[in-house]
Design a protein around this ligand. Structure first.
Ligand code: 6PG
Length: 240
């Protein structure tokens, strides 16, 4: 839990992430794609906006394929949809070809969709140790230590043999789709994006390995062959 960068504010965090993205897409060999799995959440939303406003023309979006790490089981035009949030704040503002956008079908029968999406990932992603591997996975962090849609009461979902699972938000009962640890920990690069004072307790608990931190889904993010970095603003890191 040590690899972290702390920024004065979320704008500086977003700029660091944007410049990382520019560099990674630039170095993507011609004929290949940079594969990025998005998440929901307020910090990812801020970063999407930042990219749309200030990096729209600085990245060759035609070389980027976007996927999702999780989705709410709702239609794509529902205000709860992670796809809708990404579309409104980023995708509809950049020149990314429609065929490079691979949303999870929140409107589908969840278990059927887990299989469709797993097959899709197997078809579109490079493999590492015969498991699909995202070039980049960005995650938010819930106040309860959830990541993607893997919540503490269902933390075992992280260890599933499947690439994608149907699960629940335990507080609302909302059905969710989520990638599992098999995919998460096979990513080449993972950034956990955390801002705001309301995250300071969970950040402290995880970074200082307090109480039963290892039981939390966020504690299980540990890429086998990839890089994991926590990008925090000062507010989220204020009691470290
Ligand atoms: C979702 C996200 C979820 C989110 C965290 C952090 O579907 O809600 O994937 O994992 O990233 O809940 O969200 P906030 O930054 O809004 O607290």
């Amino acid at each position: 839990m040590k690899n972290k960068k702390i920024f004065d504010n979320k704008e500086e965090l977003a700029l660091f992430f944007a410049e990382y993205l520019v560099a990674r897409v630039l170095e993507t060999p011609s004929g290949e794609f940079f594969t990025w799995a998005l998440s929901g959440g307020s910090t990812p939303k801020y970063i999407f906006n930042f990219l749309a406003e200030r990096f729209r023309s600085k990245i060759n979006w035609e070389k980027v394929k976007v996927f999702w790490g999780d989705e709410r089981c709702v239609s794509p035009d529902n205000s709860e949809s992670n796809y809708k949030m990404a579309d409104e704040n980023l995708l509809s503002h950049i020149l990314i070809p429609e065929q490079n956008i691979f949303r999870m079908f929140g409107e589908a029968e969840p278990v059927v969709e887990t299989k469709r999406y797993a097959d899709l990932l197997n078809n579109h992603l490079k493999k590492v140790n015969s498991v699909p591997s995202f070039d980049l996975l960005t995650l938010g962090l819930g106040n309860d230590g959830h990541i993607a849609s893997i919540f503490p009461p269902f933390a075992d979902v992280f260890n599933s043999d499947n690439l994608v699972e149907a699960t629940l938000n335990p507080y609302t009962g909302q059905k969710r789709l989520t990638i599992t640890g098999k995919l998460i920990n096979n990513a080449r690069n993972i950034y956990v994006l955390v801002t705001g004072a309301e995250k300071k307790q969970i950040v402290k608990l995880l970074m200082q390995e307090q109480k039963e931190w290892m039981k939390l889904p966020a504690a299980k993010v540990d890429p086998h062959n990839g890089q994991l970095q926590w990008l925090l603003d000062k507010q989220a890191a204020s009691i470290l």
